[in-house]
Design a protein around this ligand. Sequence first.
Ligand SMILES: Nc1nc2c(c(=O)[nH]1)N(C=O)[C@@H](CNc1ccc(C(=O)N[C@@H](CCC(=O)O)C(=O)O)cc1)CN2
Ligand SMILES: Nc1ncnc2c1ncn2[C@@H]1O[C@H](COP(=O)(O)OP(=O)(O)OP(=O)(O)O)[C@@H](O)[C@H]1O
Length: 201
Amino acid sequence: MTSHLDPRQTLRRQLRQTRRNLSSDEQVNGAQNLLPCFAQYLNDLQTQNLDKRIQHPRKIALYLSNDGEISPHVLCEHFWQQNIETYLPVIQGKELVFALYSKDTIWQDNQFGIKEPVTSSILSGNELDIIFLPLVGFDVKGGRLGMGGGFYDRTFEGKRADQAPLLVGLAHDCQQVKSLPIEGWDVPLQAFITPTQVIRV
Ligand SMILES: Nc1nc2c(c(=O)[nH]1)N(C=O)[C@@H](CNc1ccc(C(=O)N[C@@H](CCC(=O)O)C(=O)O)cc1)CN2
Ligand SMILES: Nc1ncnc2c1ncn2[C@@H]1O[C@H](COP(=O)(O)OP(=O)(O)OP(=O)(O)O)[C@@H](O)[C@H]1O
């Protein structure tokens, strides 16, 4: 099928444009408002009988925002204050590994021009407690539309929803759609956090 007829491709193009059209005020305020929503979500998790790694996370993966993605930097500062280790995705072949991110990180660009840490402190996805995923679009059933590389899906293929790492999408509210066209390889997320809401799947 040619890409202009593929519904995922069409939706991806539209939502990427919507995301890029947000004003810098919307980006800044949105990023700030993620923190109270995350705090509320973590509180809820701590009242339930869940994996301790999820209730008291020590290693959390974020991303560096690109192409209008909501920025996790306020969350990141909060984790640093709590001595929680933060990691960033590094492309390795067709999958992702996660590299330690600190104030001393040295950088190199990946093939998409996104910065990645240069370090020997690398973990596989399953060694982390929470992964915050960037996304282009999402729905209430846990569906995630990404940039189209399939990197996160390959990395977390077969992961059980009730075990760490917890997969949490971060997005602006305008990235929510009624229902995404889902493919067999899509790994569902456990929650989405936006500047105004927590959506638990
Ligand atoms: N911030 C961030 N980091 C991330 C991801 C992401 O979605 N966001 N990824 C999530 O998997 C991986 C990178 N995946 C990406 C896939 C495509 C493009 C992209 O811009 N594609 C261009 C074509 C560029 C080219 O062909 O060279 C485009 O579609 O316009 C960017 C990142 C790892 N790091
Ligand atoms: N587990 C997998 N094994 C093999 N191929 C996969 C797997 N997951 C995804 N792919 C391939 O990756 C391609 C892109 O998938 P998809 O459009 O779902 O990416 P995405 O979730 O938008 O991207 P990303 O996670 O990188 O942001 C698909 O064409 C699919 O063939």
